[in-house]
Structure formats: structure tokens, C-alpha cells
Ligand binder design. Sequence first.
Ligand SMILES: *Cc1c(COP(=O)(O)O)cnc(C)c1O
Length: 414
Amino acid sequence: MSVTGKGRSDARARVNDFDQELTARLDRLRQDGLWRELRRIDSAQGTRVQIGGRSFLNFSSNDYLGLATHPALREAAIRAIRDFGTGSGASRLICGSLAPHHGLEEALAVFKGTAAALTFSTGYAAAVGTIAALLGPDDIIVVDRLVHACCIDAARLSGAKLRVFGHNDLTDLESILAWAAGKTTPTKRPRVLIVTESVFSMDGDTAPLRALVELKERYGAWLMLDEAHATGMFGDHRRGLAEAEGVTDRVEIQMGTLGKAFGASGGYIAGSRALIDLLINRARSFIFSTAPVPAAAAAARAGVELVQGEEGCLRATQLQNVVRQLRATLGAAPPTGPAAMSAIIPLIIGDEGQAVVHALALREQGVFVPAIRFPTVARGSARLRFTATASHSAADLAELDTALRALPRATSTP
Ligand SMILES: *Cc1c(COP(=O)(O)O)cnc(C)c1O
């Protein structure tokens, strides 16, 4: 069938309607101070990044230990490309389960001190695949109000009843667990999964993990702990907050990303052999997706090994020094307990538009830091999110201090 002149102009009109509607939506985002755009970076991740021909001091990266450009990771990736090529060919269950993925998972299980581990293409995919594999519509999922979007999306996808407890509010959590316990009948016992983060990604505070573990044990609930911002930093072996709090073997599902402190990309779940086998059989984001490229797995494995070794220890110690200096520079009160080790330090602004204004003003001073706004955080709690890395120098912090002094003083830290 040929498209007539009239048919073609109708088609064009429909496309115009589509674009007009989207443009109206984008206009609303702009008015609300919620417009986002990509900024092209012409250099590697590091404390200095090149944007539009200018060098910026970078306080926005989650490359906490500075491993994203480490020679050992680069070498490992290059070697994997040489030996295994660039693509993985298929999903792991079809023919993409290449040796670098197995090597990485063995290294992760050793590192985390669990029986097994499974990797995914991203942390997001790990959360979505795992939660939807473990729970169904008859079950209950209880999440901290500030958990990462991937866990919320996963909860929705699973069809389980979603209940949200106040941030780190164990009294609220207990009342939900008591409610959930009341759902048990002689014939039906809904599974209850609690999901929280060890270090919260936009606030930098930590979960009261020990008390939380005791609570979930009392109610027979399962716990999934997202260690995205604690792995590589917390605990004697830098395994995460579960290690630091001595509860590793009491957390059913430990989750993390390979894209932050490990300097590569991907996500992982660590836990029992049964958990990992169930995920291999049931996690749809694992089953129906091409395996990550071998270079990513090899780089991540080199990252895991570095974190575990002497150099990881030195870098984590260096990171702690930078965190202390960055807190002082930002005028943030040192928090007590494990949160003092968190590399995420938000400067709360409140208003979305103001946060953007401050981020732009800092950019004029040569400092790159993101304005975090709704929907990443609640409306009216926009912030500049500073992250410390082991690679920041005293000179970098002095330069930030100068830039901050040039800003209007309308900010506070929690
Ligand atoms: C970054 C992050 C994720 C997602 O991991 P990716 O590998 O980036 O997909 C999950 N949870 C938290 C808390 C994160 O900060």
C-alpha cells in the first residue's frame, strides 16, 4: 500500500502532536526547576574532569577509591578484550557465561564472605531481578522511605504489597511487621522482605543495622541490604556495613554495585548457594539480558582484589582523611557512629531552583557538583551532593573552600 500525500501529512501531524505534548511536559519541568540535561565529559573519571574545554574540580563521582582509572583495572580489561573479545554473545544461560564472569563471582563471594555471588549488568538490574524473583503478589515488601529507586521499582514489579517505613524509624518498621504478622492464616503465610541501604545515597547517613537485624529476626522477616555506598569502605575488610556491624551471616540478601568503589560497572547479589541458584533460575533481568562484556567483569574483579588487598586498605584510609577534610570545608557537623565514614556529604538547599543556581555558581568557580532534586529526593529538599574520593588532595579541598566562600551563604548541612 502506498502512502498518499494526505496520509503522509496526517502522519506528520500526529508526530507533531506527540512532540507538542512532550514539549509541554518539558516546559513544566523547566518551570519547576527540574530540568535535567547531560553534560559531556571529555576526560576520564577523576578529581579533574574536562567539560567544554575547561577543567573542573569534580566532587560528583562515586568512584570512591579512585579505581576507575587504576592501571590494574585497565590492564585487566584490556587482557579480557584480548582473550575474550568485546561482546559476550548472549545471556549467561544461553552461551555468554564466560570465564571472567565466573572469576568475578568467585572473587566476590570470597570478598563478601558468602557461599556464592551472582553478577548482573547493573545494580539496578540486580535489585529488580532479585526482588521480583523472591516475591509475588501474596507477599509483603517493607522499604525504608529513602531506599534507592531501583528497589521501589523492583517492589512494584514484584506485585508484592509495598509498605514504606519512616527513614531509619524502627518503631514504624516494627508496627508494619506486626501488621504483616497478622496477615498469616492457617493456610497462608506471606513472605515479608525488608529492604534498606547501609549508607543512604543522597543523605550519607547509615541504617541502624544491628537493631534492624534483631527486629527482623524477631518477626521472621528477610532482609535485603543495599551496600552500594559502603562496600570498599566500611568494615575491617571493607566488605560493607554488615561486616562493620558484625551481622554479615544474618543478612539474607546482600546487594551492591561494581560501578562505585570497585571502579567498573555491574551489580551483584551475595548470599547462600540456594539464593544464587534461585536467581539464576528466576531473575528475569539476569535471564533475559545479554551478559555484561568480559572487560567489565575483568575490571570489576581486579577492583575487588585491589579493595581486598593492602592498596585497598591504604586508599580507604586516605578516603577517610578526605571525608574529614571535606566535612570541615563544608561546615558539616561530624556525625557520630559509622555514618562518620560515609563519603556522601549533602549540602541541603531546599528549593529546587536555588539548588540549580548554587550548582551553577560553583561551576563558574570551576567546581563540578550536582544539584540533586525531585524525583531523586523529596520535593523541597534539593541539595548539592558532594562525594569524597581517595584521590582528592589537600589542594583540591582548598580550591573548593575558595569557591564556596564566593557563594551566597544560604545553605546548611544536616
Ligand atoms: C547506584 C546505586 C544503585 C544502582 O547501581 P548501578 O550499578 O548504578 O545500577 C543501587 N542502589 C544504590 C543505593 C545506589 O546508589
